[in-house]
Design a protein around this ligand. Structure first.
Ligand SMILES: [Zn+2]
Ligand SMILES: [Zn+2]
Length: 347
C-alpha cells in the first residue's frame, strides 16, 4: 500500500495520476479519466474512516539527499533517483515522518512533456550555453515539484512623507527664468492585501521565485493528497515568523508605490521617509507548482524554473567560453579572409 488516500481506477483498479490539462485523474493503464467529485464519491467511505485514524500522518515517502540535505516528499506514485538540487544520486528513501499539512495548493496546469518542450525551446535559443545543457538526458531531468509558500493576508496602514516640486519657467528679453517651489507632501492611507506569497524554502532562491510570479490564486484549492500523484513536494524550512519579515518588505513596497501613485499634482516627487504598520496578518502554508532543473557548471548552480500554472520561465545559463571563442574565431576568420582578398585586388 502506498498512500492512504490514493485513488484507484474505478475500472481497472490501477493507481491514478493527476492529469494537469484536464485537472482530472487519469489511469495510465486503461486511460479512463475521473473528476475529483466522482472519485470523492466512490472513495468517500474509506476516506472518512481512515482520515479519522491517520489525519496527521498520510503515508508518504521521504527522499533525503545526503550531499545537500534537502528533503523532498512524494506519495507512492512518484520516486526520485537523483537530487533535484545538486544532482547527487545519493538519495535515501524512507517513510516520511513528521507533519505535512499544507492548507492549500494550486494544481499543476502543465504536464512534464510541456515543461520539457518549453525548456528545449528556451535552451535552444541560447547559443553559448554548454552542450551538456541541451542533451536529452538533461531535458528529461525537469521535475514537477510543489514549492512551499506562506500565503499571507494582512492589513496595513501608514504614510509617506516627501518633497514635491513645481517648476515654472518664463523669458523676459534676453533672460530666462525658472522658479522652483518646494512642497512637503504627505500621503497616508490603509490597504488590505490578500495572498501575498513568501517563499518558504531556503533551497529555492527567493529572487527566482519572485520572478516566476504572479500565480492566479483563483485556482487555489484546498489541499488534498490526490494532487500529489505524479509530483514531488518540498517541505518548508522557513518558519512563518521568519517569513513575516519578508512579507513586511513586500507589502511596504506595494504600499509605497500605491501612495506615491496618488501624488500627481507635482512636477517631481521623492519620498524622504515612510512608516507602515502591518496588522491582522494571517498565513496559510500553501504549495505552488513549479518545474525545476538545476545544472551545475564549473561549480556554480544554474537554475531553470517554469511556473507550473502559467508557463512563465526564469532561468540563467552559463556561457561556454570555448563556444564563445569559436564564434569569435569565425568572425575573425571572415574578417581576415576579406582583408586578404581586399589586399589581393591591388597586386
Ligand atoms: Zn484503469
Ligand atoms: Zn542534493
Amino acid at each position: 500500500m502506498s498512500s492512504v488516500k490514493e485513488y484507484k481506477c474505478l475500472n481497472c483498479k490501477a493507481g491514478l495520476e493527476f492529469y494537469p490539462p484536464t485537472q482530472n485523474w487519469k489511469c495510465n493503464y486503461c486511460f479512463s479519466e475521473f473528476t475529483k467529485e466522482e472519485l470523492d464519491a466512490a472513495f468517500h467511505q474509506d476516506q472518512s474512516q481512515e482520515e479519522s485514524l491517520k489525519e496527521d500522518t498520510p503515508e508518504l515517502d521521504s527522499y533525503k539527499c545526503t550531499s545537500c540535505g534537502v528533503e523532498l516528499i512524494a506519495d507512492g506514485t512518484t520516486s526520485a533517483t537523483f537530487c533535484l538540487y545538486c544532482k547527487s544520486p545519493t538519495i535515501i528513501k524512507s517513510r516520511f515522518s513528521g507533519k505535512f499539512k499544507p492548507k492549500a495548493l494550486i494544481p499543476f496546469k502543465l504536464t512534464q512533456e510541456q515543461a520539457k518542450d518549453i525548456y528545449k525551446n528556451w535552451i535552444g535559443n541560447r547559443r553559448f550555453a554548454p552542450n551538456e545543457f541541451k542533451g536529452k538526458r538533461e531535458i528529461d531531468k525537469i521535475t514537477g515539484i510543489y514549492a512551499p509558500f506562506w500565503l499571507f493576508d494582512c492589513k496595513t496602514e501608514g504614510f509617506i512623507e516627501g518633497e514635491g516640486t513645481r517648476v515654472t519657467a518664463w523669458e523676459d528679453g534676453e533672460y530666462r527664468y525658472t522658479k522652483t517651489k518646494y512642497y512637503r507632501v504627505v500621503r497616508s492611507g490603509n490597504a488590505e492585501y490578500h495572498k501575498v506569497p513568501v517563499d518558504a524554502s531556503k533551497k529555492l532562491d527567493d529572487k527566482y521565485m519572485h520572478l516566476i510570479e504572479p500565480y492566479n490564486y483563483k485556482d487555489l484549492k484546498e489541499f488534498s493528497m490526490q494532487y500529489m500523484s505524479g509530483f514531488m513536494a518540498e517541505k518548508y524550512d522557513v518558519e512563518s515568523e521568519e517569513a513575516k519579515g519578508i512579507l513586511k518588505e513586500r507589502v511596504e513596497e506595494y504600499f509605497e508605490e500605491r501612495l506615491k501613485g496618488t501624488v500627481n499634482e507635482y512636477d517631481s516627487y521623492s519620498v524622504r521617509s515612510n512608516e507602515m504598520r502591518i496588522s491582522n496578518s494571517k498565513e496559510d502554508y500553501s504549495m505552488l507548482p513549479i518545474y525545476l532543473l538545476i545544472n551545475k557548471y564549473k561549480g556554480k548552480d544554474h537554475v531553470f524554473i517554469i511556473n507550473g500554472q502559467t508557463g512563465k520561465v526564469v532561468g540563467d545559463t552559463p556561457i561556454s567560453r570555448s563556444k564563445q571563442l569559436a564564434f569569435a574565431g569565425v568572425i575573425f576568420a571572415i574578417v581576415w579572409v576579406l582583408a586578404v582578398f581586399g589586399g589581393a585586388l591591388f597586386v
